[in-house]
Design a protein around this ligand. Structure first.
Ligand code: GLN
Length: 486
């Protein structure tokens, strides 16, 4: 039962083969068994989850269920959820119980989904390995000596280990796609503005976007249908007609133009990753797609630009954590300034402090023009590269990550090496485009490889179609880690 699609689970609930309370209990039992090792969840609340499941069962009995009613979902701990501890992976919020729901949470609640728990993540979503979490690293279910990727590593591990039917993530520079790739699952970052950021703890507001993480493209479409939509409480939420993201899943791919950026297939990518990605491209040719060689000339500037802009925005967003209104406050301090300083010094971890310092520096008088302004200009050039590319192709493909999952501790001391994990994903956020990752086989040490699919603005339905057709033709997305009792 726990190894089936959302559609099948929903059909089983509708046919009364299982109740949502039973299904939720099934997952909770698995979590109790496997989470102590994987550390994918930070917070669990069986009573709350089961109460939601019972309410879903009532809805199912009354005939006003949606496709997600009664489906157990894991929520990244970056989303404020009423009555739930919401830590964002930080000591700074170790005691913060949210008094309200994020828009994403409210959308799932309205659909009747069950919140199974809050998933572990890099502190304030800053990281690519989940090792910056105050609550300890998450382990990759495929090999517990390896990282699950980050920052949505808890969600990715939970989906891969079948500790939920699906999960949510957020992606500022790759945090949905990279962990999806490293854990062998599917993940989608929508076009900027498609999913409301209300109640999603801000990292870099002009880049942050929430999206679904699941076992298949078909599941992603169902989840995105619930997550997307205009919300007046987010000033960057886009007012658009409601769409059905599953509408094109079954279209054939004849004539689909796939752009392969030469910069993605250059040095830096592991040969095992290259092999799996090339095999996926070959599969697409069999499905009727044509290959177009394209160039994204400013690709190499995306990481440096991101590490000016994201810390700049983070330094401003994180100034609210001062120990006054909520969150961590140093137990001992002198005057008010000392209380701010000690609370922030003790409440934030090393990576977060590094970003706050970089951000404050690039925004300061005398450096603003040289760094921040310059980075904004290059951001525009990066976006223009994509606009040019999409004149020649329908979707862009390449690797999601240059390597498969690395060992825990392997990159911990070298921030720049860690930052390069997102070399293929970051430009998509800078341009505000939608991007996704789907499993496309295995590389060295039998670890999963992700294929990245980048679409034009608002082309999520087509991307999901492109991913779904591949998943119908291959079985990679159905592979699950061994030793998790399936
Ligand atoms: N790994 C990138 C970072 O550390 C991206 C994180 C994200 O997308 N939230 O900033």
């Amino acid at each position: 039962m726990i190894n089936t699609s959302i559609k099948q689970l929903s059909a089983a609930l509708a046919a009364k083969k299982i109740s949502s309370a039973e299904l939720t209990q099934l997952y909770l039992d698995r979590i109790a068994r496997l989470n102590p090792e994987l550390n994918a969840y930070i917070t669990l609340d069986e009573e709350k989850s089961l109460a939601q499941a019972r309410a879903a069962d009532e809805r199912l009995a009354n005939g006003d269920a949606t496709g997600l009613t009664g489906i157990p979902i894991a929520q990244k701990d970056i989303f404020c959820a009423k009555g739930w501890l919401t830590t964002c992976g930080s000591k700074m919020l170790h005691n913060f119980v949210s008094p309200y729901d994020a828009h994403v949470i409210a959308q799932f609640n309205n659909a009747g989904a069950v919140t199974l728990g809050k998933t572990n993540m890099d502190e304030f979503a800053m990281g690519s390995s989940n090792e910056t979490s105050h609550y300890g690293a998450v382990k990759n279910p495929w090999d517990t000596a390896r990282v699950p990727g980050g920052s949505s590593g808890g969600s990715a591990a939970a989906v891969a280990a079948r500790l939920c039917a699906a999960a949510t993530g957020t992606d500022t520079g790759g945090s949905i796609r990279q962990p999806a790739a490293l854990c062998g699952i599917s993940g989608l970052k929508p076009t900027y503005g498609v999913v409301s950021r209300y109640g999603m703890i801000a990292f870099a507001s002009s880049l942050d976007q929430a999206g679904p993480m699941a076992r298949s493209a078909e599941d992603l479409a169902l989840l995105l249908n619930v997550m997307a939509g205009f919300d007046e409480r987010d000033s960057t939420s886009l007012q658009r007609e409601k769409e059905d993201y599953a509408r094109d899943l079954n279209k054939p791919l004849n004539g689909l133009r796939i752009g392969l950026p030469k910069e993605f297939f250059a040095e830096g990518m592991g040969s095992d990753v290259a092999q799996a990605v090339e095999a996926a491209i070959a599969e697409y040719k069999k499905l009727g797609a044509v290959i177009v060689d394209i160039s994204l000339p400013n690709t190499k500037l995306s990481v440096p630009v991101y590490y000016v802009l994201a810390p700049a925005e983070a330094s401003s967003n994180l100034s609210r954590f001062d120990g006054v209104r909520y969150g961590y406050r140093a137990p001992e301090y002198g005057d008010l300034a000392d209380m701010y300083e000690k609370s922030r010094a003790q409440g934030f971890g090393a990576e977060v402090k590094r970003r706050i310092m970089i951000g404050t520096y690039v925004l300061s008088h005398g450096y603003y023009d040289a760094y921040y302004l310059q980075a904004q200009k290059i951001r525009r050039l990066i976006a223009q590269d994509f606009t040019e590319a999409f004149k020649q192709c329908d979707v862009i493909m390449g690797p999601t990550s240059p390597s498969t999952a690395f060992k825990l501790g392997e990159k911990g001391d070298d921030p720049v090496q860690m930052y390069l994990s997102d070399i293929y994903t970051i430009a998509v956020n800078l341009a505000g485009l939608p991007g996704m990752s789907i499993p496309c086989g295995f590389g060295a040490n039998n670890m999963p490889v992700g294929l990245q699919i980048i679409g034009n603005y608002f082309d999520e339905a087509r991307m999901l179609n492109v991913a779904h057709q591949y998943q119908l033709a291959t079985g990679h997305h159905d592979c699950a880690p061994q030793n998790i009792g399936l």
